[in-house]
Design a protein around this ligand. Structure first.
Ligand code: SF4
Length: 473
């Protein structure tokens, strides 16, 4: 865990928010004996990273943290709009808070994140969830202290959901969850408008942070003991586009690789259309950059890829993978796949299976198409039944499971450098992650957590098991 405030780039807005932070701190100290906040995060790593900033602000306002909404004085749900079932879960969980708030009327409930940025959702909350105090959108997260202060001093319910292309707010305090692995956002928003995706509508246009600011934050993280830094962005491959500094993502990786210290660099997500040979060369050359590439292909059918507005074909994707394996034969690839996009046929789906078999992913994030209101794909005719899609989905899972088993089996007898990250399933076991993002469980003392170690894989069935060869650093 660490808290830092980047003083050099404090904006006017933030100065104002710092005043609100100290005002809120005074109020909550009087109002609650030990002010506690619970921040619940839904969705992707970008949301996890945003929640770390929300916690940073709350910590500066005098809050401690609890995982239990019932114990909290302030509950914040940082929501996700990418899939329908995550949205339903949020509505269910917000509904459940009604009874808690009846017993604790002082409690403040706030909702934020991508889901709230959609007008129809905010309207539903306004109408049907009167116990919710504050709803704020993705572009005004930094104004949480102001919203809290207004509500704590008697303002009526707050709905602050401006539409915007977005800006970059530097200098927010950060309260990171872990102490070994950490996220570092390098850019925000997306310009791609994949036809099924709500993100560009709720997160604004692409904007990249300055490379010096990113490097400074990475240096601080290394100094604080982080050994695995994941660079975040909706499409990191377009980092720096249109910026006068001329640092693209490949160059950024090279700059970060020069930071002194024993640590690893990961990144996500990479759009195949912007994944360049220059980037693959940088990955190959930079010893701190992990041998893992998350490169979502979504679908193997050119016809459907076109409808998805993805701007590459199956053969473009496979050529990219080949170029990546040529440079890094030990590279592990992972991907996102959507099954049952509107109009997809079984033949289209077979193209998806073909890509999965040809590439040999170590991890697949698989989803059945979920229409998102306001996106072009939600308007398309979708004649294939849900049952049929579930059958395709299960077929895909079966193929992937066989591939994974064979990949895991290939690891047996080999020694990997792992970062020891957390205790294993039983006492006396530790989990370590390879550069290729595979987790090995092995016998070791938990004091090893946070160190690198060499581990030999001894068995691979449901989990990968190994034995400690030596601690490295
Ligand atoms: S690249 Fe496509 S899928 Fe990814 S966030 Fe942007 S629009 Fe959504």
């Amino acid at each position: 865990m660490s808290v830092n405030i980047d003083k050099n780039k404090t904006t006017v807005n933030l100065d104002e928010q710092k005043v609100y932070m100290s005002r809120v701190a005074k109020i909550v100290k009087k109002r609650w004996e030990r002010p506690a906040a619970c921040v619940v995060t839904y969705g992707c790593q970008q949301n996890v990273s945003d929640s770390e900033r929300i916690r940073g602000m709350l910590m500066c306002m005098g809050f401690e943290f609890t995982d239990n909404t019932g114990d909290a004085d302030v509950v914040i749900f940082n929501t996700c709009a990418v899939r329908g079932h995550a949205e339903n879960r949020v509505f269910g969980n917000v509904g459940a808070l009604k009874h808690i708030k009846q017993k604790k009327p002082d409690m403040i409930i706030a909702l934020c994140g991508c889901m709230m940025q959609q007008q129809h959702v905010a309207e539903k909350i306004r109408r049907s969830y009167p116990h919710v105090d504050i709803v704020f959108g993705t572009h005004v997260m930094h104004r949480l202290p102001e919203f809290l202060w207004n509500r704590l001093t008697g303002a009526s319910r707050i709905f602050e959901l401006p539409d915007s292309d977005g800006e970059i707010i530097e200098g927010l305090p950060v309260h990171r969850d872990g102490s070994v692995r950490g996220f570092l956002s390098i850019m925000y928003g997306c310009n791609n408008f994949c036809s099924y995706c709500i993100v560009p509508y709720v997160r604004g246009r692409e904007r990249s942070r300055d490379p010096e600011v990113i490097i400074r934050e990475a240096e601080q993280m290394v100094k604080a003991g982080y050994k695995d830094i994941t660079l975040l962005g909706q499409n990191v491959n377009s980092y720096g586009k249109g910026e006068p500094h001329g640092v693209n993502f490949a160059k950024l990786l090279r700059l970060l690789n020069e930071i002194e210290g024993d640590f690893r660099i990961r990144f996500m997500t990479s759009h195949p259309k912007d994944c360049t040979i220059e980037l693959l060369d940088a990955m190959k050359d930079c010893e701190k950059v992990c041998r893992h590439l998350h490169l979502p292909f979504q679908c193997g059918s050119d016809r459907i890829l076109k409808q998805m507005n993805r701007h590459y074909t199956k053969s473009d994707y496979l050529a990219l993978v080949e170029a990546a394996y040529e440079r890094m034969p030990d590279l592990n690839l992972s991907s996102d796949v959507i099954v049952g996009f509107p109009g997809e046929t079984y033949d289209d789906f077979l193209d998806t299976l073909d890509v999965v078999k040809k590439v040999g992913f170590t991890q697949l994030f698989t989803f059945i198409f979920s229409p998102r209101q306001g996106t072009p794909a939600a308007q398309l005719p979708d004649p294939v039944s849900r049952d049929e899609k579930v059958k395709w989905f299960e077929e895909l899972l079966k193929v992937q499971e066989e591939i994974l088993q064979s990949k895991m089996h290939d690891m047996v007898g080999k020694t990997y450098r792992v970062l020891c990250e957390e205790p294993g399933r039983m006492e006396g076991l530790v989990c370590g992650r390879t550069s290729g993002n595979m987790v090995i469980e092995f016998k070791a003392d938990i004091s090893l957590i946070g160190s690198f170690a060499d581990v030999k894989v001894t068995n691979a069935s449901n989990v990968i098991e190994g034995e400690l060869v030596q601690k490295i650093s």
